[in-house]
Design a binder for this molecule. Structure first.
Ligand code: PLP
Length: 297
C-alpha cells in the first residue's frame, strides 16, 4: 500500500472485551487525499483532542506501549473517554502490515472529542514517510531558550492548562519554532519564567554534567518523553548515572553536552545555545542514533 496510509477507527470503550478478533471491523481504510472528517469536528474547530507520533523503522513500530500509555494519560487529563489500548495496538499492527517495510516512517494516532454535540470521539491513524533527518542528526541544532510564560508550579496551580497532555493544540509550539527561526536558530528550549528548563516544542531535553545525564523532572508541565525514557534505560544499562531533577538555565549553559530527543528526529546534539557554542559529543550522539534506530519495544 502506498503512503500516506490512513485508518479511521471507531473507538471502543477502554474496558470492551479484548479478544481482538473483531477489532478489524472497527478500522476503515480511507483515501488520504479525500475528505474524511466532518467540518464540525472539534479537533479542527478547537484543537480539542490528543495525539501521539511514533516511528516505524524497517517495519518495526517503536515503543508502542509507552506511546499508548501516554495517549491514555493525555486522554485522562483532557477528560476524554479513555482509549482501548488493545484496539489501538491492533490498529498500529494492521497499519504496519500495509506500509513499506523499509526505511523510516511516522505513525500519528489522533483521538479527538468528536463532532460538536456528537455522541463519541473521533479517532484515526495516519502513516506517512518520515522527514529525512539524517543530516541534522550529524550536524546538530542551534537553539535559543524561550520563556514559556509560566513558573515551575503552574501545572499544579492551573491543571486546566493541560500542560502535561499531548493535545492537538500545537499552535504555541509552532509559533516558538518560528521565533527561533526568526532569530537565526533551528530550535528552541522552553524555560519557566523563574528560569528552569522545560522541553523543546517537539522534544525532550537531556544534558550531561560531570558525567551524569539529567532531564527535567517529569512534572505536570511537560511531556514525559518516550525517547528520553528509552535513552535513560540504555544509559543505565551501560553503567551511566541518570537523574530527573530541576535544571536551571545556568546549568544548561554550563553542560558538557545537550541533546534534544524525540520519536522521529531521534537524538540531535545542541551545538549552540543562545549564541554560545556548546561542546558536542559526536561519537555518543551516533551511538544514541544507532540505538534509537534499533527495534525497541
Ligand atoms: N515534548 C513535546 C512537547 C513533544 O511534542 C514531544 C514529541 O513530539 C516530546 C517532548 C518528546 O516525546 P517523544 O520522545 O515521546 O517523542
Amino acid at each position: 500500500m502506498p503512503l500516506p496510509y490512513t485508518l479511521l477507527i471507531t473507538p471502543l470503550a477502554a474496558d470492551a472485551p479484548d479478544d481482538g478478533s473483531w477489532f478489524a471491523e472497527t478500522f476503515t481504510e480511507v483515501d488520504s487525499s479525500e475528505p474524511a472528517l466532518r467540518v464540525s469536528e472539534l479537533s479542527t474547530q478547537r484543537g480539542d483532542g490528543v495525539f501521539e507520533t511514533l516511528a516505524v523503522v524497517d517495519g518495526h513500530a517503536q515503543e508502542v506501549q509507552p506511546h499508548l500509555a501516554r495517549l491514555a494519560r493525555s486522554a485522562q487529563i483532557c477528560e476524554l473517554p479513555l482509549p482501548n489500548l488493545a484496539q489501538w495496538s491492533a490498529a498500529i499492527s494492521a497499519a504496519v502490515a500495509q506500509i513499506p517495510q523499509q526505511g523510516e516512517l511516522a505513525i500519528k494516532l489522533v483521538l479527538s472529542r468528536g463532532v460538536e454535540n456528537g455522541p463519541s470521539p473521533t479517532a484515526w491513524l495516519h502513516a506517512s514517510a518520515a522527514t529525512d533527518f539524517s543530516a541534522v542528526r550529524e550536524s546538530g541544532v542551534r537553539v535559543i531558550t524561550l520563556d514559556r510564560g509560566y513558573d515551575r508550579g503552574v501545572a499544579e496551580r492551573a491543571p486546566w492548562l493541560l500542560l502535561g497532555a499531548k493535545t492537538l493544540s500545537y499552535a504555541v509550539n509552532m509559533a516558538a519554532l518560528r521565533e527561533a527561526h526568526r532569530r537565526g536558530a533551528d530550535d528552541t528550549i522552553f524555560v519557566t519564567s523563574d528560569g528552569y528548563v522545560m522541553e523543546g516544542p517537539t522534544s525532550s531535553v537531556i544534558l550531561r554534567h560531570n558525567g551524569v545525564f539529567s532531564t527535567p523532572a517529569p512534572s505536570g508541565a511537560i511531556l514525559h518523553g518516550t525517547t528520553q525514557t528509552s535513552l535513560f534505560e540504555y544509559l543505565e544499562r551501560h553503567g551511566h548515572s541518570v537523574s530527573y531533577r530541576d535544571i536551571s538555565v545556568e546549568e544548561l549553559r554550563g553542560a558538557d553536552a545537550v541533546w534534544l530527543v524525540s520519536s522521529v528526529r531521534l537524538a540531535v546534539a545542541v551545538t549552540e545555545l543562545d549564541g554560545r557554542q556548546l561542546p558536542v559529543d559526536a561519537p555518543l550522539t551516533r551511538l544514541f542514533t544507532e540505538y534509537l534506530l534499533s527495534p525497541r519495544d
